[in-house]
Design a protein around this ligand. Structure first.
Ligand SMILES: [Zn+2]
Length: 88
């Protein structure tokens, strides 16, 4: 097994608006988190996909329900939602 091939396990958050598959009113879909902390206190960074333009970015759990796409809706820049590779 190749170490770079480890599959990421995406997890639901706690709450309706951070479950995998949730769509917010702006057409942004929650794809879950992989344990990476967000930039907001006590939050995870959720992988978020814009169902309008297909852009994928990171969102704090608290913002999920009202998130706007950074690409096509003028939303804030996405945060890091993936695990940092160990290269130090
Ligand atoms: Zn978009």
């Amino acid at each position: 097994m190749n170490e770079t091939d480890i599959q990421i396990q995406w997890q639901d958050g706690s709450g309706e608006s951070v479950e995998i598959g949730y769509f917010n009113p702006n057409g942004q879909q929650c794809c879950g988190h992989c344990g990476v902390p967000g930039t907001d206190h006590g939050q995870y960074a959720y992988k978020t996909e814009c169902t309008i333009c297909g852009y994928v970015y990171g969102t704090n759990g608290t913002d999920m329900h009202e998130r706007r796409c950074p690409e096509c809706q003028g939303g804030a820049t996405g945060i890091q939602y993936w695990k940092e590779s160990r290269n130090n």
